[in-house]
Ligand binder design. Structure first.
Ligand SMILES: Nc1ncnc2c1ncn2[C@@H]1O[C@H](COP(=O)(O)OP(=O)(O)OP(=O)(O)O)[C@@H](O)[C@H]1O
Length: 257
């Protein structure tokens, strides 16, 4: 019998492993987690910890060396397209075609996702993300903050139930970064969308995430809510917890403050 939709996790990863070469150490090493529908989870770790590789496997862009992943109940090895229709992603590493206008870019994605009443959806997103004035501008001529808002609009065009965000506020000034974070908070509350967020910004993680996976060399070395991790490491902010975990310090080794 099928499980009711609510009990199917947004993401289920089982022993997920990726080696880029047979003799290379694994970039992701036996990762397992079950992220509930509607949750916002953070994927943290230093450079090279395996965050982007994990997201690429969750999207089905990279084939795992072993293990399996299911998004919204769809196995990504067998049923990827059914999952992709219900999810979306945003990454600063993926540039939108620069000569197309913002509106043309959004139309292409609306078409790819077969969005009903695409023009109305684009107008709605443009209004929400303050893009209306920019719709006719070539995407290549926008500032980093404007490009981030367009990338967010692109990632929401199909009203995803699961959103993967790789560094959503990288290269934004503090004011624009704060605007994006507030916007994501509101969007999540209104839509019930599950969000997995890879970030180096600890303030962002503390504010947005209800659970954090700490990755090191492709493995989960600790996890919990930001509040539980602060308590466990006896710290006041997530930046310090991150440094403790990255440097392998336990609470008893943490210098007194
Ligand atoms: N295409 C690739 N070919 C070979 N090795 C790769 C490739 N992409 C990533 N790696 C390696 O896999 C490991 C994990 O990289 P990944 O990009 O997933 O880490 P990350 O946590 O996203 O890092 P960052 O915070 O720097 O973006 C690193 O050792 C990296 O060098």
């Amino acid at each position: 019998m099928d499980k009711p939709a609510k009990t199917v996790p947004a993401i289920l990863a089982e022993a997920l492993t990726k080696r880029y070469a047979p003799d290379a150490p694994p970039a992701v090493d036996g990762l397992g987690f079950s992220m509930p529908r509607g949750a916002t989870w953070g994927l943290l770790g230093g450079n090279g910890a395996g965050k982007t590789t994990t997201i690429a496997m969750l999207l089905g862009l990279l084939v795992p060396s072993s293990g399996r992943v299911a998004c919204l109940g769809h196995d990504m090895a067998r049923d990827r397209f059914a999952a992709l229709a219900r999810m979306n992603f945003s990454s600063p590493y993926i540039a939108l075609p620069s000569r197309l206008s913002v509106a043309e870019n959004l139309r292409v994605y609306a078409h790819l996702y077969d969005v009903p009443r695409a023009e109305a959806r684009i107008a709605e997103l443009a209004a929400q993300l303050q893009l209306t004035e920019l719709l006719d501008r070539p995407a290549g001529n926008l500032s980093a903050g404007q490009k981030t808002r367009v990338a967010l609009a692109k990632s929401l065009v199909n009203r995803p139930e699961l959103l993967l965000l790789d560094e959503p506020t990288a290269s934004l000034d503090p004011d624009t970064g704060d605007w994006v974070r507030s916007w994501l908070e509101r969007y999540r509350a209104e839509s019930g969308c599950a969000i997995l967020l890879a970030s180096h910004n600890m303030g962002e993680v503390e504010r947005l995430c209800d659970h954090v996976l700490m990755l090191k060399q492709g493995r989960v070395v600790d996890q919990g809510s930001p509040a539980a991790l602060l308590e466990k490491y006896g710290r006041d902010d997530m930046e310090e917890v991150f440094l403790d975990i990255a440097r392998g310090r336990q609470r008893e080794e943490v210098p007194a403050q």
